[in-house]
Design a binder for this molecule. Sequence first.
Ligand code: CP
Length: 319
Amino acid sequence: MFSENLTWPKDLIDLRGLSVAHLMAILDAAESFREVSEREIKKVPTLRGKLVVLFFHENSTRTRLSFEVAAKRLSADTLSLSSSGSSMAKGETLLDTAKNIEAMAPDALVIRHSAAGAASFLGQRLRCPVLNAGDGAHAHPTQARLDLFSIRRPKGRIEGLKVAIIGDIAHSRVARSNLIGLGTLGARVAVAGPPSMLVRSLSEEYGVEVYHRPEPALEGADVIIMLRIQLERQSGQLFPGAREYARVYGLSQAKLALAQPDALVLHPGPVNQGVEMTPEVYHSPQSLILDQVTNGVAVRMALLYLLVDNPERPKSLVV
Ligand code: CP
């Protein structure tokens, strides 16, 4: 259960520096909040009177909606801003926009931005907690936490599991955050992708096994995380074509059979069915892809609960 003794950073930028105890406390808190989401009345008064601003400077479906649902289930008020409908389209800078939001006294700012470092930049300049909802290819810490949560629920642990991460590692903020989280919690990680979608330092930096073919990574895996091809972050054509990519790296039933019989299949979404995995795998009982979305709400409720300053916070999480 949640430990009141842990201190939390002001902002949530990435997973670096968080201890096993911190990660476990988040997963335990999320477990309580998942139960709230299963009640008939899916709302608790924990953040009543607080304002959470969702500032999405890049497209999103899952992260944006689940942060909004999470804040609302905690009874916080929410404001939503995207770059296309804001005065940034008239040339106002990111910092000026954020300072204007700050003038309305938010209790937390959730930011997604195409530039790596944008969340950290704002965190250093704003008084309220800043939660990174994805910054360029740098980090997607709430996605990694919901992936850890989604794995721990059915498996009961992270430590000792073999986790295969397949696809566009180089451009994936989800992969980077998961490599840190899975490493901290003691998983054995094997990554695979075309050489053009891998970075040289993966093995040294994260202590993972690196393959150019998916089969050795999938062999005996307990968990498979498939990644989207991040076309918006690629500067050139990194593979011959979608059909060729699907044939070599896409997860088919035949490739899935290389993993443990009860292996879990995750994907952060959006999924290109027929490219990153076949529709059969997407819809198979081993696929956790829509569970990840459900769990995303619980994990983001936990993070808002832990980071938003709230002197009336109850001692017990279940309210
Ligand atoms: N997983 C994820 O970040 O999805 P969205 O881009 O839809 O938020």
